[in-house]
Ligand binder design. Structure first.
Ligand code: HEM
Length: 381
């Protein structure tokens, strides 16, 4: 098997980890002239890039991709905490974090159980691989929709709409996809505002106002919860199922013991995470991980390689549930660290309970969705 040609091709490679190990050992922070960017792969370089004061999540002269300007998709994109920096980000992030922190593990389990019933995932009659694909595609977003307070009869429309938004904001989106994304945002806005007055979505609206932001910021970030759940949590479910099938000695107690299952998922997030990379753009010259870089530098931050850095996790290739002092970057770090970890791991633990009994039927060599940053297995051939 040929190694990946670069860290973007690595995301969908059958086994990118020897390549990442070589990057970490030999070139933990390198300039890739062909890609025109810096590549941070070692843990220190990744931490340095994510914590640099001058680092931005978007190119400073292009807060919204030109293809989305003038569309409702651009309006939503420009209000996402994930895609903004500075005062607006700091204020709206508080509202986002407060809303997601109000959701506890028991509510996540109840919502996932309800979502599985709505999506009919508990019916074991169909081929196992179809149940897996249906669970990856629908369960995470349906759970988050219910957690936001959306009516059960609207959940299927929320799942469809979230998929349209994800395709619309992808870098290679066509004009048609952007148009469908704009239509979906109108539908999602209507379904969110139809949620009960005491639902978590209403909490997001009131927290947004408290932070000095408007209701439109709350709608955009609720849509953001759905779009950020869509791919990443599907990837965690798929990669965790692969680990369950592969790591026979390590899987005892999973998923029946919740404490062991939580540790198992943390090891999956380190060993084979769903989000492999993110990007940073320097708004001013800065020293990143000891290296002076000019303003305008673009950094590919390879989160998946850093979790395999032996400086922070000894014997990083070994899958070990009981690994002491495990560290990983699957949820990022610093100002933009993911606030959705409890929901993501709660949904994934539920999915393991739902699907573990059929694990012997899981294909061992999935393909991966053609994405530049997320590693999401496709089991159906
Ligand atoms: C396994 C599933 C998930 C993974 C691996 C993941 C990963 C990440 C990562 C790596 C970032 C930081 C990106 C960067 O710094 O460039 C991020 C940000 C974010 N995630 Fe997640 N995520 C997951 C699920 C979720 C869920 C379920 C939600 C909400 C319901 C969510 C909401 C967010 C938000 C709002 C941000 C932006 C935070 C900010 O910029 O301040 N994520 N996620």
């Amino acid at each position: 098997m040929h190694p990946p040609t670069d860290p973007i091709a690595a995301v969908t490679h059958p086994d990118p980890y020897p390549y990442y190990a070589a990057l970490v050992a030999e070139r933990p922070f390198l300039r890739d002239e062909r890609l025109g960017l810096w590549v941070a792969a070692g843990a220190a370089a990744v931490e340095g890039a994510l914590s640099a004061g001058a680092a931005r999540v978007r190119p400073p002269d292009q807060p919204v991709p030109p293809a989305l300007l003038g569309s409702a998709v651009g309006g939503t994109f420009g209000r996402l905490v994930r895609m903004t920096d500075g005062a607006y980000h700091a204020a709206m992030r508080q509202a986002v974090v407060a809303t997601l922190a109000a959701v506890d593990a028991a509510r996540i389990r109840d919502a996932a159980t309800h979502a599985a019933a709505i999506l009919r995932l508990d019916r074991s009659a169909r081929p196992f691989v179809d149940r897996v694909e249906a669970a990856m595609a629908g369960l995470p977003v349906a759970t988050v929709a219910l957690l936001l307070g959306v009516r059960p009869e609207d959940v299927a429309a929320m799942v469809g709409g979230a998929g349209d938004v994800v395709r619309a904001i992808a870098p290679a989106a066509t004009a048609d996809e952007v148009g469908r994304g704009a239509d979906a945002i109108a539908v999602l806005r209507g379904l969110l505002t139809a949620a009960a007055a005491d639902a978590p979505f209403a909490l997001l609206v009131s927290e947004a106002r408290k932070a000095g932001c408007d209701a439109e910021a709350a709608v955009a970030n609720a849509v953001g919860f759905l779009s950020q759940t869509f791919d990443a949590t599907a990837g965690l479910v798929g990669n965790a199922l692969r680990a369950l099938a592969r790591e026979r000695p390590e899987r005892s107690g999973v998923p029946s013991d919740p404490v062991r299952t939580a540790a198992f998922l943390r090891e999956v997030l380190r060993h084979d995470p769903p989000v492999h990379n993110t990007r940073r753009f320097l708004a001013a010259e800065a020293v990143v991980a000891g290296r002076p870089l000019p303003a305008g530098s673009q950094i590919l931050v390879v989160l998946a390689a850093a979790g395999r850095d032996p400086a922070i996790n000894p014997s990083p290739g070994r899958f070990a549930i009981d690994r002491p002092d495990r560290r990983h970057f699957a949820f990022g770090a610093g100002r933009h660290a993911c606030p959705g970890e409890t929901i993501a791991t709660g949904v994934a633990a539920f999915a393991l309970c739902l699907l573990a009994s059929g694990i012997g039927d899981l294909p061992v060599d999935p393909a991966y969705r053609a994405l530049p940053n997320a590693r999401i297995p496709v089991f159906r051939r």
